[in-house]
Design a protein around this ligand. Structure first.
Ligand code: SF4
Ligand code: SF4
Length: 444
């Protein structure tokens, strides 16, 4: 298989970054990639998707990495996993990797170890330049489930029609399930026995970077990784519910300019010129002339260390930074003076945030279970809602119309191959009930 063939196969399978980012995977492939880094950090607390795949499908992942190495012309693949999770890996398979092009690299138990800038540094010692993509340092970062999805397509011709999801939080038992793409989140939780949400709210993603679920309307997409349930009174939920107008007012009134949010920022510690306290002040005081402080938000990954760990005033620099970043992105405004940090800041070692500190600061210690069970329950939704935009880039356009019969795995929407996007597939057999601006709706 050559590079172009691999790209087309992965595009046809609708594979996007399954860790949450949703970047179309075929567009990451390049003959400039020399090191493939598998993101097995799973650094947000309570999430256990990648670890289940590593535990049960390690050999399939390694076979796929060898295929990627050959096809891209890369030198090696490195699986970056926290030392505390090494016990999940089959010892014999790990031993068989000695002297091969695939290696396991133990990364520290810090947050956010899964940020691609942090992960690249921890596994290779390279620092991705500001505003750049990993391939500029010869690296491709790819999520565990994304590699597994490539394996499923290459070996069995299976496109992406389902998603591994951890259900956890304020529930008696945490489980990881495999659910069809397009099932309503409410139906998924009810089927799994987690349907009583009185006084609770649900987050799609981890407690740090996840988003509040609209329980009546949101559906499972290719990037849904965790559904975490917390009391509505919990600070995690309260923070995510706060309107941006209030967040800005509080920042304007209470920020003491201590700079702790910037001092603990994981990207700043790797040498990035990212000073989130300046972004916060510029935004909350409407300092519209202070353009550099706004533009720096483009360097922010939204990890939330500034908000949850650093700020003693209970402000939310993470939310403000991401809001500014989003608005600038919509307007196509880019920072011009990006640079390539040559070394990390010497204070980094003393300022790393351990996962245990994060759990305590978030107030979720009581929700951390000893085990997360892999539950093989079947979901049989009568109706699925296939979102046209489950990825970074242009939304897909429907290739079917109301009344068409489809089978699970049939293409129902696609983005033009030359555009940044991917394909979408039916996840059940049925009839197309409607095509809307947001969904292709299929009824069994
Ligand atoms: S969310 Fe805060 S800590 Fe994280 S990268 Fe952005 S500014 Fe830095
Ligand atoms: S840590 Fe909080 S109070 Fe200090 S500069 Fe940042 S936002 Fe302001």
């Amino acid at each position: 298989m050559n590079l172009a063939e691999l790209q087309k196969i992965v595009y046809d399978a609708g594979i996007v970054g399954a860790g949450g980012a949703g970047f179309p995977t075929h567009r990451k492939f390049s003959d400039k990639v020399k090191q493939i880094i598998v993101n097995a950090a799973e650094c947000e607390p309570l999430m256990m998707v990648d670890h289940h795949i590593l535990e049960h499908h390690l050999q399939a992942l390694i076979d796929t990495l060898n295929l990627l190495i050959d096809t891209l012309g890369a030198d090696e693949a490195i699986i970056g996993i926290k030392g505390k999770n090494m016990h999940l890996l089959d010892e014999k398979i790990v031993a068989s990797l000695k002297g091969t092009r695939v290696s396991i690299h133990e990364i520290p138990d810090i947050y956010p170890a899964g940020d691609e800038v942090v992960l690249t540094y921890e596994t290779t010692g390279k620092i991705i330049p500001e505003g750049a993509i990993p391939v500029m340092v010869g690296v491709m970062v790819i999520n565990v489930e994304t590699v597994y999805n490539i394996h499923r397509m290459v070996t069995k011709g299976e496109p992406v029609t389902d998603k591994y999801i951890t259900i956890g939080g304020d529930v008696p038992k945490d489980i990881t399930v495999k659910a069809p793409v397009g099932i309503k989140i409410k139906e998924l939780l009810e089927t799994a026995g987690y349907g009583n949400l009185d006084g609770k709210a649900v987050i799609n993603g981890g407690p740090m970077m996840g988003k509040l679920v609209d329980i009546e309307n949101d559906v499972v997409t290719k990037t849904t990784k965790g559904l975490l349930i917390f009391p509505v009174t919990h600070s995690i939920i309260q923070r995510k519910k706060m309107p941006m107008s209030m967040t800005l007012k509080r920042a304007s009134a209470a920020c003491c300019n201590c700079t702790m949010c910037s001092d603990l920022c994981p990207r700043q510690l790797l040498g990035y010129d990212l000073h989130v306290h300046k972004t916060l002040r510029a935004a909350s005081h409407s300092e519209v002339m202070n353009t550099e402080s706004f533009l720096q938000s483009a360097l922010c990954c939204g990890c939330g260390v500034c908000t949850v760990i650093a700020c003693q005033q209970m402000l939310d620099p993470q939310a403000i930074s991401m809001e500014v970043k989003g608005e600038l992105g919509k307007q196509g405004l880019r920072r011009q003076n990006n640079k390539a940090p040559e070394k990390v800041r010497p204070e980094r070692t003393g300022r790393l945030v351990s996962s245990q500190t994060l759990i305590d600061k978030l107030g979720i210690r009581k929700y951390v279970k000893d085990t997360v069970t892999r539950d093989y329950m079947k979901f049989n939704p009568k109706t699925v809602y296939i979102e046209l935009k489950q990825h970074v880039g242009k939304p897909a356009s429907a290739t079917v119309k109301a009344g068409d019969k489809v089978k699970a795995g049939d293409v129902v929407a696609a983005t033009a191959y030359e555009d940044l996007g991917t394909t979408m597939h039916a996840s059940i057999n049925g009839t197309v009930k409607a095509v809307t601006d947001r969904f292709v709706i299929i009824e069994r």
